[in-house]
Design a protein around this ligand. Structure first.
Ligand SMILES: Cc1ncc(COP(=O)(O)O)c(C=O)c1O
Length: 351
C-alpha cells in the first residue's frame, strides 16, 4: 500500500550502535530519542536490543507503549494536566517549572513512586530552561524539599529555537552550574545532559567539557547527521528512511495554468514558470502528510507543488519511462520523516 515509508532496520541499528559506542568511548551516556518515528515499536525493540542507556521521547503518549527496564525519559516539559501520566509512564522528565514539579511530586506520592527530574537551564537558545542563576538555585532548593522527587541532574538544550551552536564555552557554563549546585547543597548530580545532535562535532573532537556525562540523540540516529552545521557523520547511513509514492495520473499538459490566477486551495496566489508543455505526474501524497519541499527525489524529477492529497511532479527530465501505477522514491529530511511517520495515511514498512 502506497504511500509507504520504508525503514531499513539494519541501517537504523548500525547508526544507533555507532553513536552509542561513540558516546560511551567519550564517557557519556546516551538518551536515544524516539519521537521522530513516533516510537514505532520495531525501532524501539532495536533500541532495547542494543541496550541504550535511556529511551527518550517528547510525547508521553509514545512512552506509554514502551515496556522495558531501560529508563524512560520525557523530553518535553510536562504539562500540569499530564503530570499524573508522566509519573506513571516515565522515570525521568525534563523540567523548568517548580509548580509543575510539585504536581509530579503529588502524583508520585499518590502512586507510591519516585520521579526523577532533570532541571533544564537555558544557556541562550531561548526555548526551555531557567535563565536566571538565582532562579536555578532557588528551584533546586525547593526541589530538594520534595519527598517523591529525585533531582537526577541538570541539562540544557541548544540549536532548537534560537539555532545556537554549542561551544566549549557554553557547555562549560553547564559544568559551572553542576559545581555550584553540588557545593551549595552538598549533593551529587548524576546526570549532566549537554544537549542533542548538535553536540556531535564537539563529541568527536573531544571538546565536551569534563563533567558533562550525557547527550540526547534523535536526528543523528535516524539521519546520520549532526545538527549544528548539518554535516553528515562518517560511518553512518543517511538513508534509513525512504518514501515510495504511487503515480495516479500522468499526462502532458502546459506548465502554467489557463485562465485568471486567483488563490490556490490554501489561500495563496501561486506563481508559475512557463516551460511549455511538460510531462506531469500526480503522486498520491499531499500536504496532509508532508511538505513537498522536504522530499528529495532519487530520480531527476522536479516537485512543482502540492495540495492536501496530491503532489505534482514534472517528470519530463527523467530517464525512466513511468506509467500510472509506478512509484517514485524519495530521500527524506528530519521534518519529512517526522510528518510522514505521524501521518496515519502513510504505511510503515521494514526491510
Ligand atoms: C529536549 C530535547 N533533547 C533532545 C532532542 C533530540 O534532538 P536531536 O534530534 O537534534 O538529536 C529533542 C528533540 O527531539 C529535544 O526536544
Amino acid at each position: 500500500m502506497y504511500p509507504r515509508i520504508i525503514i531499513n532496520k539494519e541501517k537504523f541499528r548500525h547508526n544507533l550502535r555507532y553513536l552509542l559506542d561513540l558516546c560511551h568511548e567519550k564517557g557519556l551516556s546516551m538518551m536515544a530519542v524516539s519521537k521522530v518515528f513516533c516510537a514505532e515499536h520495531t525501532l524501539i525493540d532495536i533500541m532495547i536490543e542494543e541496550n541504550v542507556d535511556y529511551i527518550a521521547d517528547s510525547r508521553i503518549e509514545n512512552l506509554v507503549g514502551i515496556a522495558s527496564v531501560i529508563p524512560k525519559v520525557l523530553l518535553r516539559l510536562p504539562s500540569i494536566g499530564d503530570a499524573k501520566r508522566v509519573v506513571m509512564h516515565s522515570d525521568i522528565s525534563l523540567n523548568s517549572e517548580i509548580s509543575t514539579i510539585r504536581y509530579l511530586d503529588k502524583y508520585a506520592h499518590e502512586l507510591n513512586k519516585n520521579h526523577g527530574v532533570i532541571l533544564m537551564i537555558d544557556l541562550g537558545d531561548l526555548r526551555e530552561g531557567i535563565f536566571a542563576k538565582t532562579e536555578v538555585i532557588e528551584t533546586v532548593r525547593k526541589i530538594l524539599k520534595l519527598k517523591h522527587i529525585n533531582l537526577k541532574g541538570i541539562g540544557t538544550n541548544l540549536t532548537c529555537y534560537g539555532g545556537i551552536i554549542p561551544t566549549e564555552e557554553i557547555m562549560s557554563q553547564l559544568v559551572d552550574y553542576k559545581n555550584l549546585l553540588e557545593n551549595e547543597f552538598n549533593i551529587i548530580l548524576d546526570i549532566i545532559s549537554g544537549g542533542n545532535s548538535s553536540n556531535i562535532e564537539l563529541l568527536i573532537d573531544e571538546k565536551i567539557p569534563e563533567g558533562i556525562n550525557n547527550i540526547r540523540l534523535g536526528e543523528s540516529v535516524v539521519l546520520g547527521r549532526e545538527t549544528a552545521f548539518g554535516n553528515y557523520i562518517d560511518n553512518t547511513y543517511a538513508d534509513v528512511f525512504t518514501l515510495e509514492v504511487e503515480i495516479i495520473e500522468l499526462k502532458e499538459k502546459p506548465s502554467i495554468p489557463i485562465g485568471t490566477i486567483g488563490m490556490n486551495a490554501f489561500g495563496k496566489v501561486p506563481k508559475f514558470e512557463d516551460k511549455g508543455n511538460i510531462l506531469r505526474a500526480i503522486i498520491a501524497v499531499g500536504k496532509q502528510d508532508v511538505d513537498y519541499l522536504e522530499l528529495i527525489p532519487y530520480d531527476t524529477v522536479e516537485l512543482l507543488g502540492s495540495s492536501s492529497d496530491h503532489i505534482i511532479v514534472d517528470i519530463s527530465e527523467s530517464l525512466n519511462v513511468y506509467t500510472v501505477g509506478d512509484t517514485i522514491l524519495f530521500k527524506l529530511t528530519y521534518s519529512s520523516i517526522l510528518s510522514l511517520m505521524t501521518s496515519k495515511y502513510v504505511t510503515k514498512t521494514y526491510e
